[in-house]
Design a protein around this ligand. Structure first.
Ligand SMILES: [Zn+2]
Length: 70
């Protein structure tokens, strides 16, 4: 039996891929990264692995994810 779940992901504004990364500040003294807060989808320094270009913001996209249930 399959179940689908709606989930909101942050995606590339060009290709709508969720295969994106962004840089975060990391504090080596307390060994944790600074809490990253998205301000209206604005990102400092992002990268889309699908387009292979730098992105300056991301958008929210609602996707359906299939979940296999036994
Ligand atoms: Zn992209």
């Amino acid at each position: 039996m399959k179940k689908t779940e709606r989930k909101t992901l942050l995606v590339c504004p060009d290709c709508a891929s969720s295969n994106i990364e962004f840089k975060v500040w990391y504090n080596p003294n307390d060994r944790k990264s600074t809490a990253f807060e998205l301000d209206d989808g604005e990102i400092e320094d992002g990268w889309c692995h699908t387009c292979e270009v730098q992105i300056s913001h991301c958008v929210e996209s609602e996707v359906s994810i299939e979940i296999k249930t036994k």
